[in-house]
Write a protein that binds this ligand. Structure first.
Ligand code: ADP
Length: 263
Protein backbone atom coordinates (compact mmCIF):
# COMPACT_ATOMS: atom_id res chain seq x y z
CA UNK A 1 0.00 0.00 0.00
CA UNK A 2 3.01 2.21 -0.47
CA UNK A 3 3.68 2.37 3.27
CA UNK A 4 7.15 1.60 4.52
CA UNK A 5 7.56 -0.90 7.32
CA UNK A 6 10.41 -1.57 9.72
CA UNK A 7 11.27 -5.22 10.42
CA UNK A 8 13.42 -6.77 13.08
CA UNK A 9 15.01 -10.00 11.87
CA UNK A 10 15.95 -12.78 14.25
CA UNK A 11 17.81 -15.78 12.87
CA UNK A 12 18.74 -19.02 14.53
CA UNK A 13 20.53 -22.01 12.96
CA UNK A 14 18.92 -25.45 13.02
CA UNK A 15 21.39 -28.24 13.72
CA UNK A 16 21.16 -31.99 13.43
CA UNK A 17 24.01 -34.26 14.56
CA UNK A 18 26.24 -31.26 15.03
CA UNK A 19 25.68 -30.03 11.52
CA UNK A 20 23.80 -26.95 10.45
CA UNK A 21 20.90 -28.17 8.38
CA UNK A 22 18.82 -25.03 8.16
CA UNK A 23 17.78 -21.85 9.79
CA UNK A 24 14.75 -20.35 11.42
CA UNK A 25 14.24 -16.76 10.46
CA UNK A 26 11.70 -14.61 12.23
CA UNK A 27 10.70 -11.27 10.83
CA UNK A 28 8.85 -9.05 13.27
CA UNK A 29 7.04 -5.96 12.04
CA UNK A 30 8.13 -3.31 14.57
CA UNK A 31 6.82 -0.32 12.61
CA UNK A 32 4.24 0.60 15.24
CA UNK A 33 6.70 0.20 18.11
CA UNK A 34 9.27 2.38 16.31
CA UNK A 35 6.64 5.04 15.56
CA UNK A 36 5.52 5.10 19.19
CA UNK A 37 9.14 5.36 20.28
CA UNK A 38 9.80 8.22 17.89
CA UNK A 39 6.67 10.09 19.04
CA UNK A 40 7.75 9.62 22.64
CA UNK A 41 11.22 11.00 21.89
CA UNK A 42 9.72 13.99 20.06
CA UNK A 43 7.32 14.61 22.95
CA UNK A 44 10.17 14.52 25.51
CA UNK A 45 12.21 16.96 23.44
CA UNK A 46 9.19 19.29 23.18
CA UNK A 47 8.45 19.05 26.90
CA UNK A 48 12.03 19.97 27.78
CA UNK A 49 11.90 22.95 25.46
CA UNK A 50 8.50 24.09 26.77
CA UNK A 51 9.63 23.81 30.39
CA UNK A 52 12.83 25.65 29.68
CA UNK A 53 11.19 28.72 28.15
CA UNK A 54 9.40 29.97 31.31
CA UNK A 55 12.24 28.80 33.56
CA UNK A 56 14.77 30.82 31.58
CA UNK A 57 12.63 33.94 32.03
CA UNK A 58 12.17 33.29 35.75
CA UNK A 59 15.87 32.76 36.21
CA UNK A 60 16.64 35.94 34.25
CA UNK A 61 14.24 38.09 36.29
CA UNK A 62 15.49 36.62 39.57
CA UNK A 63 19.10 37.22 38.62
CA UNK A 64 18.49 40.89 37.87
CA UNK A 65 16.70 41.27 41.22
CA UNK A 66 19.49 39.43 43.04
CA UNK A 67 22.13 41.67 41.47
CA UNK A 68 20.23 44.72 42.65
CA UNK A 69 19.67 45.84 39.07
CA UNK A 70 15.94 46.39 39.52
CA UNK A 71 14.82 49.71 40.90
CA UNK A 72 12.53 49.57 43.92
CA UNK A 73 9.47 50.78 41.99
CA UNK A 74 9.99 48.05 39.36
CA UNK A 75 10.17 45.21 41.89
CA UNK A 76 6.42 44.53 41.87
CA UNK A 77 6.38 44.40 38.10
CA UNK A 78 9.22 41.87 38.09
CA UNK A 79 7.56 39.77 40.77
CA UNK A 80 4.40 39.85 38.63
CA UNK A 81 6.37 38.58 35.63
CA UNK A 82 7.86 35.75 37.68
CA UNK A 83 4.40 34.87 39.01
CA UNK A 84 3.00 34.74 35.47
CA UNK A 85 5.79 32.48 34.22
CA UNK A 86 5.25 30.18 37.22
CA UNK A 87 1.57 29.99 36.27
CA UNK A 88 2.61 28.92 32.77
CA UNK A 89 4.84 26.19 34.22
CA UNK A 90 2.06 24.90 36.47
CA UNK A 91 -0.44 24.84 33.59
CA UNK A 92 2.09 22.96 31.47
CA UNK A 93 2.83 20.36 34.13
CA UNK A 94 -0.91 19.92 34.77
CA UNK A 95 -1.57 19.32 31.08
CA UNK A 96 1.38 16.93 30.72
CA UNK A 97 0.05 14.92 33.65
CA UNK A 98 -3.47 14.85 32.20
CA UNK A 99 -2.12 13.60 28.87
CA UNK A 100 0.09 10.94 30.38
CA UNK A 101 -2.81 9.68 32.52
CA UNK A 102 -4.89 9.39 29.34
CA UNK A 103 -2.03 7.73 27.46
CA UNK A 104 -1.22 5.09 29.98
CA UNK A 105 -4.81 4.41 30.94
CA UNK A 106 -3.10 3.44 34.18
CA UNK A 107 -5.66 4.96 36.47
CA UNK A 108 -8.69 3.09 37.67
CA UNK A 109 -11.37 5.20 36.07
CA UNK A 110 -14.94 4.77 37.01
CA UNK A 111 -17.51 5.50 34.35
CA UNK A 112 -20.79 6.96 35.49
CA UNK A 113 -23.86 8.64 34.01
CA UNK A 114 -22.83 12.18 33.14
CA UNK A 115 -25.27 14.86 32.03
CA UNK A 116 -23.30 16.79 29.43
CA UNK A 117 -25.68 19.77 29.53
CA UNK A 118 -25.26 20.14 33.26
CA UNK A 119 -21.49 19.72 32.95
CA UNK A 120 -21.22 22.30 30.14
CA UNK A 121 -23.29 24.79 32.11
CA UNK A 122 -21.00 24.36 35.12
CA UNK A 123 -17.94 24.92 32.90
CA UNK A 124 -19.40 28.11 31.42
CA UNK A 125 -20.02 29.32 34.96
CA UNK A 126 -16.38 28.62 35.85
CA UNK A 127 -15.25 30.60 32.82
CA UNK A 128 -17.63 33.54 33.26
CA UNK A 129 -15.06 35.82 34.97
CA UNK A 130 -12.48 35.19 32.22
CA UNK A 131 -15.02 35.86 29.46
CA UNK A 132 -16.42 38.94 31.20
CA UNK A 133 -12.98 40.59 31.21
CA UNK A 134 -13.16 40.72 27.41
CA UNK A 135 -16.86 41.30 27.04
CA UNK A 136 -17.45 37.82 25.61
CA UNK A 137 -20.94 36.42 26.14
CA UNK A 138 -21.49 32.73 26.95
CA UNK A 139 -24.60 30.82 25.82
CA UNK A 140 -26.09 27.36 26.31
CA UNK A 141 -28.51 25.67 23.94
CA UNK A 142 -30.17 22.26 23.89
CA UNK A 143 -31.04 20.23 26.96
CA UNK A 144 -30.24 17.42 29.30
CA UNK A 145 -28.33 14.54 27.66
CA UNK A 146 -26.58 11.84 29.59
CA UNK A 147 -23.88 9.43 28.52
CA UNK A 148 -21.81 6.82 30.32
CA UNK A 149 -18.38 8.34 30.82
CA UNK A 150 -15.63 9.58 33.11
CA UNK A 151 -16.68 12.91 34.60
CA UNK A 152 -13.16 14.25 35.13
CA UNK A 153 -12.04 13.58 31.55
CA UNK A 154 -15.27 14.95 30.08
CA UNK A 155 -14.81 18.07 32.21
CA UNK A 156 -11.24 18.51 30.92
CA UNK A 157 -12.36 18.09 27.31
CA UNK A 158 -15.31 20.50 27.33
CA UNK A 159 -13.40 22.95 29.54
CA UNK A 160 -10.50 23.06 27.05
CA UNK A 161 -12.87 23.66 24.13
CA UNK A 162 -14.70 26.49 25.92
CA UNK A 163 -11.44 27.97 27.20
CA UNK A 164 -10.06 28.05 23.63
CA UNK A 165 -13.33 29.50 22.33
CA UNK A 166 -12.75 32.42 24.70
CA UNK A 167 -8.96 32.69 24.27
CA UNK A 168 -9.13 32.82 20.47
CA UNK A 169 -12.24 35.00 20.32
CA UNK A 170 -12.51 38.68 19.57
CA UNK A 171 -13.34 41.14 22.32
CA UNK A 172 -17.12 41.34 22.61
CA UNK A 173 -17.53 37.99 20.85
CA UNK A 174 -19.77 35.05 21.75
CA UNK A 175 -19.39 31.39 22.68
CA UNK A 176 -22.29 28.95 22.32
CA UNK A 177 -22.32 25.40 23.67
CA UNK A 178 -25.03 23.14 22.23
CA UNK A 179 -25.95 19.79 23.72
CA UNK A 180 -28.31 17.83 21.50
CA UNK A 181 -29.01 14.34 20.23
CA UNK A 182 -28.81 12.95 16.74
CA UNK A 183 -30.10 9.42 16.22
CA UNK A 184 -27.87 7.26 18.44
CA UNK A 185 -25.43 10.02 19.37
CA UNK A 186 -25.17 12.77 21.93
CA UNK A 187 -23.65 15.83 20.31
CA UNK A 188 -21.75 18.61 22.09
CA UNK A 189 -20.57 21.50 19.98
CA UNK A 190 -18.65 24.58 21.04
CA UNK A 191 -18.99 27.48 18.65
CA UNK A 192 -17.13 30.77 18.78
CA UNK A 193 -17.02 34.00 16.82
CA UNK A 194 -13.25 34.17 16.99
CA UNK A 195 -10.21 34.36 14.76
CA UNK A 196 -10.79 30.96 13.11
CA UNK A 197 -8.23 28.44 11.85
CA UNK A 198 -7.07 28.23 8.24
CA UNK A 199 -7.77 25.00 6.37
CA UNK A 200 -4.14 23.90 6.27
CA UNK A 201 -3.84 24.14 10.06
CA UNK A 202 -7.14 22.46 10.97
CA UNK A 203 -5.74 18.93 11.31
CA UNK A 204 -2.53 20.05 12.94
CA UNK A 205 -4.08 21.85 15.93
CA UNK A 206 -4.80 18.46 17.57
CA UNK A 207 -1.06 17.62 17.59
CA UNK A 208 0.84 18.00 20.83
CA UNK A 209 2.38 21.45 21.22
CA UNK A 210 1.16 22.65 17.84
CA UNK A 211 0.00 26.26 17.90
CA UNK A 212 -1.04 28.40 14.96
CA UNK A 213 0.51 31.47 16.55
CA UNK A 214 2.96 30.63 19.29
CA UNK A 215 3.22 34.09 20.80
CA UNK A 216 -0.58 34.53 20.86
CA UNK A 217 -0.95 31.16 22.58
CA UNK A 218 1.67 32.04 25.18
CA UNK A 219 0.14 35.46 25.78
CA UNK A 220 -3.24 33.89 26.57
CA UNK A 221 -1.65 31.22 28.78
CA UNK A 222 -1.87 28.29 26.35
CA UNK A 223 0.23 25.16 26.69
CA UNK A 224 -0.30 23.71 23.20
CA UNK A 225 -1.73 20.56 24.77
CA UNK A 226 -5.40 21.47 25.23
CA UNK A 227 -6.70 19.99 21.98
CA UNK A 228 -4.49 16.87 22.31
CA UNK A 229 -6.24 16.24 25.62
CA UNK A 230 -9.61 16.67 23.86
CA UNK A 231 -8.54 14.24 21.13
CA UNK A 232 -7.36 11.57 23.57
CA UNK A 233 -10.43 12.03 25.76
CA UNK A 234 -12.62 11.59 22.68
CA UNK A 235 -10.82 8.36 21.78
CA UNK A 236 -11.27 7.17 25.35
CA UNK A 237 -15.03 7.70 25.06
CA UNK A 238 -15.30 6.40 21.48
CA UNK A 239 -16.47 9.85 20.47
CA UNK A 240 -15.97 11.44 17.04
CA UNK A 241 -14.24 14.78 16.97
CA UNK A 242 -14.67 17.27 14.15
CA UNK A 243 -13.70 20.84 13.45
CA UNK A 244 -15.31 23.42 11.23
CA UNK A 245 -13.71 26.81 10.96
CA UNK A 246 -13.57 29.93 8.88
CA UNK A 247 -10.66 32.31 9.38
CA UNK A 248 -11.90 35.64 10.66
CA UNK A 249 -15.41 34.31 11.35
CA UNK A 250 -15.12 31.58 13.95
CA UNK A 251 -14.69 27.95 14.84
CA UNK A 252 -17.01 25.12 15.85
CA UNK A 253 -15.61 21.97 17.40
CA UNK A 254 -18.02 19.06 17.74
CA UNK A 255 -17.91 15.90 19.84
CA UNK A 256 -20.28 13.03 18.98
CA UNK A 257 -20.63 10.45 21.73
CA UNK A 258 -22.30 7.10 21.19
CA UNK A 259 -25.41 7.03 23.40
CA UNK A 260 -24.29 3.72 24.82
CA UNK A 261 -20.75 4.98 25.47
CA UNK A 262 -18.34 2.15 25.94
CA UNK A 263 -16.08 3.98 28.42
P1 ADP B 1 -3.18 26.22 23.33
O1 ADP B 1 -2.85 25.88 24.71
O2 ADP B 1 -2.08 26.90 22.59
O3 ADP B 1 -4.49 26.92 23.21
P2 ADP B 1 -4.49 23.91 22.09
O4 ADP B 1 -3.97 22.52 21.88
O5 ADP B 1 -5.68 24.05 22.95
O6 ADP B 1 -3.27 24.76 22.59
O7 ADP B 1 -4.79 24.52 20.65
C1 ADP B 1 -3.78 24.48 19.66
C2 ADP B 1 -3.84 25.72 18.77
O8 ADP B 1 -5.04 25.69 18.00
C3 ADP B 1 -3.90 27.03 19.54
O9 ADP B 1 -2.62 27.49 19.86
C4 ADP B 1 -4.61 27.94 18.54
O10 ADP B 1 -3.67 28.44 17.62
C5 ADP B 1 -5.54 27.00 17.80
N1 ADP B 1 -6.94 27.03 18.34
C6 ADP B 1 -7.48 26.19 19.25
N2 ADP B 1 -8.78 26.49 19.47
C7 ADP B 1 -9.08 27.54 18.67
C8 ADP B 1 -10.26 28.31 18.43
N3 ADP B 1 -11.41 28.07 19.05
N4 ADP B 1 -10.19 29.32 17.50
C9 ADP B 1 -9.03 29.58 16.86
N5 ADP B 1 -7.88 28.90 17.03
C10 ADP B 1 -7.89 27.88 17.93
Amino acid sequence: RGESHIFEILASPVTANGQVTGAVILMVDVTEREERESLRREFSANVSHELKTPLTSISGFAELMKEGLVEADKMREFAGDIYKECGQLIALIDDIMKLSRLDEGSEELSAERVDLYDLSQKILQELTPVAAKRGISLHMEGGRQTIQGVWRILHEMIYNLCDNAIKYNKDGGAVTVRVTEEEDQVVVSVEDTGIGISEGQQDRVFERFYRVDKSHSRRVGGTGLGLSIVKHGAQYHNAQLSLDSEPGAGTTITLRFPKQSAA
